[in-house]
Design a protein. Structure first.
Length: 42
């Protein structure tokens, strides 16, 4: 089951920002032609 809630801590907010940015750049295809690109890189 998926739980949706507001981020409560700075760490949770940072994880959300990272996810949002990752989706943004992947949808635009910015890194697909980059030789070091790894999808879902942590």
């Amino acid at each position: 089951m998926l739980e949706i809630r507001l981020a409560q801590t700075p760490e949770e907010r940072e994880e959300i920002f990272k996810l949002r940015y990752q989706i943004y750049v992947e949808e635009l295809g910015w890194f697909e032609k980059c030789p070091n690109y790894e999808p879902n890189h942590q």
